[in-house]
Design a protein around this ligand. Structure first.
Ligand SMILES: Cc1cc2nc3c(=O)[nH]c(=O)nc-3n(C[C@H](O)[C@H](O)[C@H](O)COP(=O)(O)O)c2cc1C
Length: 327
């Protein structure tokens, strides 16, 4: 029986990022460690039909457990499911055991402060953009040239529009949005207006425009402006594009994705994910070409990062309570 404070580890793992903040992982405390499940009620059939993002989110949560365990001199050993453990509504992912590890992971102290910043960045300088280049590595490329970033902003807007034009995708996204403080799940899960940096008027407008009127706006050629992130790309320090071996298990990708985000945080930046750049075929191909990646590598995520403007408060986190995570 492990002597680790597993509830504390699970609480820390709950701070990990998850797609649409659905927080799909459930935990069962076992004699030898932790059983890990996906809650199939959080599935996103339109946005994530293959469960890729759900599994990446699970990978991030697994890395969250690993980072928390490192404070106690332990690291995780993950045994992916080989047998099916039947629990209604849940999909068994595997067992986490703990083994002796090294010293505390230097990224563990950035878990509490990391968050998604979807507002404008502080205007970047050449010096800041140069410092961003230091974040590049063997499995991630950093774009920090303003001309490149301008081009990527176009690519990103088109990719977002491609997804948002699909009624099913949009409806599903809106169902995870909490556009009014009166929403019963405002501080529990999903994307609330504060997290999306929307004021009351913008949130109200979104609650109307993202439904049927979006199709009309699109016919009039006005929908792109609604989803555009061009003004955020203008002030950004860089775009980090993550790539992996073709066919890698998304749980492993999710672990590295979280670590990259924490590296960005450690370097003093704030960031948010631009999944559309990796999910849209055309933008993925364009990036692949621009980065001169070999055929055995594939792009799986992207993080836009920069500096938080002075005096801006980080939005409060929406998270489920511990008893909702633990079976
Ligand atoms: C697989 C995956 C895909 C994501 N895609 C996006 C995205 O396209 N846009 C975005 O703003 N955030 C995206 N996120 C970030 C989540 O929305 C965010 O982590 C979640 O809302 C929790 O908020 P926090 O990051 O502030 O803790 C993604 C996260 C994951 C794990």
């Amino acid at each position: 029986m492990t002597t680790l404070p597993l509830h504390d580890l699970i609480r820390e793992a709950s701070l990990a990022p998850s797609v649409h903040n659905v927080q799909p992982v459930r935990w069962k405390i076992e004699e030898h460690g932790l059983q890990m499940f996906l809650d199939m009620r959080c599935r996103l059939p339109h946005g994530d039909p293959e469960n890729h993002d759900a599994l990446m989110s699970a990978g991030a949560a697994l890395e969250g457990i690993n980072l928390a365990a490192s404070k106690y001199g332990k690291s995780v050993k993950f045994h992916p499911a080989s047998t099916l453990i039947e629990v209604p509504g849940l999909h068994y992912l595997g067992l986490i055991e703990f083994e002796d590890g090294d010293a505390e992971d230097p990224l563990s102290s950035f878990v509490e402060s990391r968050f998604s910043w979807r507002g404008k960045f502080q205007t970047s300088t050449r010096k800041m953009r140069d410092s961003a280049a230091r974040l590049a590595g063997a499995d991630c490329h950093v774009f920090n040239d303003p001309a490149d970033l301008g081009e990527l902003a176009e690519l990103s807007d088109q990719a977002s529009l491609n997804f948002m034009s699909r009624r099913g995708f949009r409806g599903e996204l809106v169902s995870w949005m909490r556009l009014s403080r009166r929403h019963p799940r405002w501080s529990l899960d999903g994307l609330n207006a504060d997290a999306m940096q929307m004021n009351r008027l913008e949130a109200f407008a979104a609650s109307i425009l993202l439904r049927r009127p979006f199709d009309w706006l699109q016919t009039l050629g006005l929908a792109r402006a609604l989803v555009s992130d061009a003004n955020r790309f203008e002030n950004t320090v860089g775009l980090m594009v993550l790539h992996r071996s073709v066919g890698e298990n998304p749980i492993s990708s999710g672990r590295r994705f979280y670590r990259h985000w924490l590296e960005v945080e450690k370097a003093g930046f704030v960031a948010n994910v631009f999944a559309a750049l990796a999910d849209d075929l055309n933008s993925r191909k364009t990036l692949h070409r621009k980065m001169e990646l070999p055929d055995d590598r594939e792009i799986y995520s992207a993080l836009l990062f920069g500096h938080l403007p002075q005096g801006v408060a980080r939005p409060a986190r929406a998270r489920l309570s511990l008893d909702q995570f633990v079976l």
